[in-house]
Write a new protein. Structure first.
Length: 95
């Protein structure tokens, strides 16, 4: 009987801990010059060496971030170009 009560308590504590861990989402911050009129730009591109790539090859994370960024900017009317007006970079930080 004591073992059954302990097991229920352990499951309940585990479920509460899992719910608390899932409650907070990532903090996303964007940095840019507020005086710049971004509607004047029509094309975008990515830096050759992005901040998420510490080595000489592109990571899977970089591929996903580039895909999401490309989709969002295209949806907003920008076109990816070889000689872009707007260069994009991103970085991540895990705490």
């Amino acid at each position: 009987m004591l073992q059954k009560t302990f097991m229920r308590l352990a499951i309940m504590v585990g479920c509460c801990a899992l719910a608390v861990a899932c409650a907070s989402g990532p903090k996303i911050r964007a940095d840019g010059d507020p005086t710049v009129d971004f509607t004047s730009y029509k094309t975008f591109g990515f830096f050759d060496q992005l901040s998420t790539d510490k080595s000489k090859y592109a990571t899977m994370l970089t591929g996903r971030l580039k895909g999401a960024t490309r989709a969002e900017l295209t949806k907003r009317g920008y076109q990816e170009a070889e000689q872009p007006q707007l260069l994009v970079n991103f970085s991540t930080n895990v705490e």
